[in-house]
Design a protein around this ligand. Structure first.
Ligand code: 2P0
Length: 354
């Protein structure tokens, strides 16, 4: 194409994922290699997701990115690592209809523009970086016609943000920590697809949509350096839980699934408390939600709801079926009534301390 005014675009949408066996701690900070395996469930794409459009044109002079309409810097090592890994695997692209022909070697001098939107609060402990980097890598891989399989793409997304590697699949996903120093075997694999256990309903109770005080990256670095509990957890506890969780998912065993999910969330927050200086991600409302679910499960005789909290105070509640979910929603709104919309956005649960 002699004209220099063409633009080739790809748009993709990627949901976020919620870990039920948590990733917390790296053994390699640059390659983002974890100290333990983790397991997550990927949410439905229409709820918490990132939509990313990537474009390439000979008229673009630099790589640029906009997040929620605001330009952000691409100079960070993580973006650069992802872009480099994708560019070096790029292939030729021929779009006859548009008369666009890009040769493999052209990708070295072509620049990309990236526009990304989250339909949920960024950095409020709702795994925005997971959906973000997964979507970035997936859409760039499509644009640049990569031939790599999902596993190899997950290893690239992992270098953007660890939890991102799990968002390349739906359903239940395991991030295998791997053994290689180069990270080639630290990839995500799908344990079961989204249809496997579709009775489960996930409700996210937004306790606060404010940005968290300690980023996951900083928090886990400090935990690796100072928490003896983290090392015990990674070596002794998680390997057993991973096997038990895989079995619970395979057999739709909700009581085991709920017990493991709650225990692992609580141990992750115990590691945060065991870190010096201690990290507090949950607040009083989070603690009250835990007590409330524990009481409910005990009085029902068998678990009805599992809870899990990431690097923030928001509760992720997993109900065993739709009936339980609807009951839970009614009860949550009764016990944790949202404040008037004038004080806070109406979907934020009541918490006098905010
Ligand atoms: C997880 N979290 O497994 C755990 C549980 C938060 C608590 O993965 O440094 O944003 O980018 O690899 O992926 C959050 O950590 O951290 C996280 P980086 P990431 O979902």
């Amino acid at each position: 194409n002699g004209l220099q005014n063409w633009v080739l675009m790809v748009t993709a949408q990627t949901p976020t994922n919620i870990a039920v066996i948590k990733y917390w701690g790296k053994r390699d900070e640059t390659l983002i290699l974890p100290v333990n395996d983790s397991i997550s469930v990927t949410l439905d794409p229409e709820h918490l997701c990132t939509t990313t459009t990537v474009a390439v044109s000979p008229s673009f002079e630099n790589d640029r990115m906009w997040l929620n309409g605001k330009e952000i810097s691409l100079s960070g090592g993580r973006f650069q690592n992802c872009l480099r890994e994708i560019r070096c695997r790029a292939n030729s692209v021929d779009d006859e209809d548009k008369g666009i022909h890009i040769k493999k070697e052209d990708w070295d001098r072509l620049h990309v523009h990236i526009a990304s939107y989250n339909n949920f609060p960024t950095a409020a402990g709702l795994a925005s970086s997971a959906a973000g980097f997964a979507c970035l890598v997936f859409s760039l891989a499509k644009l640049m016609n990569l031939k790599e399989d999902q596993g190899a793409l997950s290893a690239i997304a992992r270098q953007g943000s660890g939890s991102a590697c799990r968002s390349l699949y739906g359903g239940f996903v395991k991030w295998v920590m791997g053994n290689d120093d180069n990270g080639s075997d630290s990839i995500a694999v799908q344990l079961a697809n989204e249809a496997h256990w579709d009775d489960l309903v996930i409700i996210i109770a937004v306790v606060s949509s404010q940005q968290k005080e300690t980023s996951s990256t900083t928090g886990m670095r400090e935990s690796v350096e100072t928490s003896a509990l983290l090392h015990h957890r990674a070596q002794e506890v998680v390997p057993k839980r991973i096997l038990q969780m895989e079995e619970a998912i395979r057999t739709h065993d909700f009581p085991s699934f709920a017990r493991l999910t709650c225990a692992d969330s609580n141990q992750f927050h115990a590691v945060c408390l065991d870190t010096c200086p201690p990290i507090f991600y949950m607040n009083d409302t989070s603690h009250r939600i835990i007590s409330y679910v524990e009481k409910w499960n005990r009085s029902a005789g068998t678990p009805q709801v599992a809870y899990t909290f990431d690097a923030g105070p928001n509760a992720v509640l997993i109900a065993r079926n739709r009936e339980v979910a609807s009951l839970m929603l009614q009860r949550l709104l009764f016990y944790f009534p949202p404040p008037p919309a004038t004080e806070l956005t109406s979907y934020v649960l009541g918490d006098k301390s905010i």
